[in-house]
Design a binder for this molecule. Structure first.
Ligand code: AMP
Length: 916
């Protein structure tokens, strides 16, 4: 038994297992030589002339070493019965291979064996070959699984052939021990089922740790490691060198998991030992927690310089320059200490809470401050200090200040801060107020200004020597409010007005007494009833094609407010923003990848369960972006998610979310058990009722109606882009292509499949890129044809150029076999040259609904003898007509200069224009 690993399938290093001889019957062990005259060991049987042969050859018990699927490669020669003189009657040209699984080595009866396969030779040898010593060696490989026991016996049953068994190799595939991204993955035996993936959690190598999550890989049945997820990184103090983690040298450190190599300690810091995760600061230098590890150690700044003051009455404007020494940091701030010199120079006292600092006293980022509300004719001393992020840590660092002495001037009184309301009636209010906090001299009088609340451009001023007065003959606003402001005057002039105080003249004073008419007029303005115009106003613009908008509108496709419109992700400056706007980010730990289900443009498509917290587990499809992608590829890959995420319809594939924060990047969608529609139909040819087929078509049309209502043009509608779930529900998918076609005329020929999907695309879209919902309707007609012909290729093997030409010449696909006439008429309508004559998707849905409700309408089938009748313009298409018949050809056999066609029953064909 040979264990092979996927990386090195050295299966030709072979030694044949010896067979137990006791049950060989007529098999003989014979030594031979091969083409190169090297000795080989064979088992032979050749009882071709005798009746009722049943010769068995067993292997010994082969330990399978835990493999669940093993491969058996046979090399053998087989005699051509025709070349045997007279022995043709009993001679066989095949033999059978069997197996039997057990947990121990014990003798067995042939009847217990299970057949693996009948083995026939690709090449049998004749008498002539024997004479020439030409060895026509056949090689056949079969696989066996799932195996559940410790070992297996193989047996070969001959029923009367002439066989020489030259070699039997039994092997299994395994994913070899692998170190990737600092994680070790053990030698792993794949799962038993074809396409099954076995998830393996990697073990981080010495001195490394998982980054965010444990690394995982998936072992395929072919012995290949696929879909790597997560990785390990060296732990702090170590760096990755040649796939292992090496300790950082003295003077170097590594702290962050994200940085790869050890770094030299930044200025004013040291690492005295190996394996440092951070460097420590030299004496007199400091670091705060928020400083990045690669930042130098720093110290407090020196004092501010060049401080000057500018006095204006009782305010002082202070200004200074940045310190000479910033300490190596950018976070320098300034603090002000304000002290008042006591009368007669009796010392200094800290300024009281009434002094205002603009914008503030501490933590100033600019090099100036306004100090207001100081006392007039007073000496002040200001200390200016510069601090930075490490000043707090540098306790023993002597503080450095710059000081400024200032004397304030005479000043006007400060504003009155409180005005109170006393007795009021209909048009009078009694007011009182407090003296200003800082009168700055003797108050000579007060000025009272009042006005209607919202009309301060027209006011009245009255004066008072007292701090109270009754204001009479007031005018009010419609709710009776009057606004007041008061200011004081000293010999230095007027102070500033107080803020506004608003008082109502009387609690019984109502709007009706003040401004009755005005109020009533307002109350009776008729309400604007917009209901009839609502639909029109709400018409939301289709973004893709201006003509589409008109079309929707003119054809009664008025959009209602609330119907969402597709937003082209191109309108986002940052495509990542579009992805996160429309797609939910999913944590990769909620996803398990179980098997590969397909190959996408950007990487494998897998499936597995999605377990979102608090939600029921569901099966999902997982599209992965293969490693080594460019930024553009990542964007193109996620593009599909930004489109899909905008849709919510039972016939549109549902996006569950995206994984972009870890690698590989993934798009998660609902899982469609039956895969793509074209393959599904081919696999189940003729298996569905017409109603089932129409049901599928109805679903697709309904999804397309939704897309066209959203203003989205698909451009690549084809059965291969429809997915089918276990309930036969069809959903439109594949939203990747439209942008490529939009952006780059060349790219249209290089997207997946290599070309614009010519066979599915409307003539105006091919000719001048006029992609609209009407061109999607054309493609829908082709999808109908694909469905009704169970996945037949539209226009068979005609070349794209021939298809374009034939369509141009009004040739249309013939009705598929057994296709109801009503459906073929609908297809033909979808293929109207004039796009405005094609039906709209809602008309298609409507018609299909009618047909489903009334199945007798589907009884009349397309007349098969009419299927190849061309319209008069089409008579000249005979050159390509040989391609058209292909849908009815079951098998084509070339035999020397003859072509034999096997046709479907009841097929009338006219064959013309064959070339040599
Ligand atoms: P795509 O790249 O979308 O064309 O996907 C490639 C293949 O993966 C398809 O042809 C399907 O066979 C399969 N596939 C993609 N998405 C799903 C899904 N949601 N459910 C099942 N199979 C899918």
């Amino acid at each position: 038994l040979y264990n092979t690993v996927s990386c090195c399938l050295h299966i030709d290093v072979s030694v044949l297992q010896s067979f137990s001889n006791n049950a060989t019957h007529n098999w003989e062990e014979i030594g031979e030589v091969d083409e190169d005259y090297a000795p080989i060991h064979t088992y032979q049987v050749c009882r071709v002339m005798e009746q009722n042969q049943n010769n068995w050859l067993h292997t010994n018990w082969i330990l399978t070493e835990g493999a669940q699927r093993v491969f058996i490669e046979l090399k053998f020669t087989l005699r051509d019965c025709n070349s045997l003189p007279g022995g043709v009657g009993t001679c066989k040209e095949t033999f059978n291979m069997y197996y039997y699984e057990t947990d121990g080595d014990r003798a067995l009866k042939e009847s217990r064996y299970i057949k693996i396969d009948t083995i026939a030779a690709d090449e049998s040898f004749t008498e002539l070959d024997l004479g020439d010593r030409v060895m026509k060696l056949n090689t056949e490989v079969r696989d066996l699984g799932p195996l559940t026991h410790k070992g297996v016996y193989l047996a070969f049953q001959d029923l009367g052939a002439c066989i020489a068994l030259v070699s039997v190799r039994v092997f299994y595939k395994r994913c070899p021990f692998l170190v990737k991204s600092l994680a070790e993955f053990p030698d792993t035996i794949p799962g038993s089922e074809a396409s099954q993936l076995v998830e393996v959690v990697g073990h981080c190598v010495n001195n490394s740790l998982p980054l965010y999550e444990p690394p995982r890989m998936h072992c395929s049945t072919e012995g290949e490691w696929l879909v790597p997820i997560g990785k390990c990184v060296c732990q702090p103090g170590f760096e990755e060198i040649n796939g292992s983690c090496q300790v950082c040298k003295v003077g170097f450190y590594r702290s962050l998991l994200e940085s790869l190599a050890c770094s030299k300690c930044p200025p004013h810091s040291v690492a005295r030992q190996t394996g440092a995760t951070a460097c420590s600061c030299e004496d007199g230098y400091y670091k705060i927690d928020s400083d990045p590890p690669n930042m130098a150690c720093t110290r407090p700044p020196s004092a501010p310089r060049n401080a000057i003051s500018n006095v204006n009455e009782t305010s002082v404007f202070l200004e200074w320059s940045v310190p000479m020494e910033m300490g190596g940091r950018k976070d320098v701030r300034y603090n002000i200490l304000c002290r008042q010199v006591l009368p007669d120079g009796r010392g200094l006292e800290e300024c009281g809470p009434n002094v205002r600092f603009l914008p503030r006293r501490v933590g100033l980022s600019n090099t100036s401050v306004m100090v207001a509300d100081l006392q007039s004719h007073t000496n002040y001393s200001f200390l200016l200090e510069a601090v930075n992020g490490v000043s707090e840590l540098a306790k023993d660092h002597a503080k450095q200040y710059v000081s400024l002495n200032v004397t304030t001037n005479q000043a006007a009184p400060s504003p009155v801060s409180v005005v109170r309301k006393g007795h009021t009636d209909k048009s009078n209010i009694a007011l009182s107020w407090a003296e200003p906090d800082r009168p700055n001299g003797i108050i000579l009088e007060y000025e009272i200004k009042y006005f209607e609340k919202e009309q301060d451009s027209s006011y009245t001023i009255i004066k008072s020597k007292e701090t109270e007065m009754v204001v009479e003959g007031l005018k009010c606003d419609i709710f009776g409010y009057v606004a007041f402001q008061v200011r004081a005057r000293t010999s230095a002039g007027y102070g500033a007005f107080s803020r506004r105080f608003e008082f109502q003249t009387s609690p019984y004073f109502t709007a009706f007494t003040c401004a009755q008419k005005q109020y009533c007029d307002m109350a009776f303005i008729p309400m604007c009833l917009c209901v009839p115009s609502l639909r029109r106003c709400g018409y939301s613009k289709a973004k893709q094609d201006p003509e589409e908008e008109k079309m929707h509108f003119h054809n009664g496709h008025i959009k209602f407010p609330g119907v969402r419109t597709y937003i082209d992700p191109l309108t986002y400056e940052d495509p990542n923003q579009a992805v996160h706007e429309f797609a939910q980010e999913i944590d990769v730990s909620f996803i398990s990848i179980e098997r590969i289900i397909g190959a996408g443009e950007f990487g494998e498509v897998c499936s597995g369960p999605l377990r979102l917290p608090g939600k029921r587990e569901i099966q999902v499809a997982i599209k992965t972006l293969k490693a080594g992608y460019t930024e553009q590829q990542r964007r193109d890959f996620l593009w599909e998610a930004s489109i899909m995420g905008q849709f919510n319809h039972p016939n549109i594939i549902r996006l569950e979310g995206v994984v972009t924060k870890s690698k590989p990047v993934m798009i998660i969608t609902e899982y469609m058990e039956n895969g793509s529609l074209d393959t599904f139909l081919k696999k189940n040819d003729g298996q569905f009722t017409v109603i089932q087929l129409v049901g599928m078509l109805r679903g697709i049309a309904s999804g397309m109606r939704y897309l066209s209502d959203m203003g989205y043009v698909h451009r690549d509608l084809a059965a291969r882009n429809i997915l089918v779930n276990s309930n036969l529900v069809c959903k439109v998918s594949d939203f990747g292509l439209s942008r490529v076609l939009e952006d780059d005329p060349e790219a249209a020929y290089t997207t997946r499949g290599g070309k614009i999907p010519i066979r599915w695309t409307a003539p105006e879209a091919i000719a001048y890129r006029k992609f609209t919902s009407a061109s999607d309707v054309w493609s829908y007609g082709i999808v109908m044809w694909e469905v009704m012909s169970y996945g037949e290729r539209p226009y068979w093997e005609m070349s794209n150029q021939d298809v374009i030409k034939a369509v141009e010449e009004s040739y249309r696909l013939p009705g598929p076999m057994d296709c109801p006439e009503a459906l073929y008429h609908l297809m033909m309508d979808c293929w109207q040259r004039e796009r405005s004559n094609r039906p709209k998707f809602d008309e298609i849905v409507c018609l299909l609904d009618k047909l489903i409700r009334n199945p007798s309408s589907l009884k009349k089938l397309v007349n098969s003898s009419h299927r190849y009748e061309f319209t008069p313009q089409n008579n000249n298409v005979s050159k390509t007509s040989q391609s058209y018949v292909k849908s009815f050809i079951l098998k084509k056999i070339y035999f020397e200069n003859l072509l034999i066609l096997m046709l479907k029953p009841n097929t009338n064909i006219y064959v013309f224009g064959f070339k040599q």
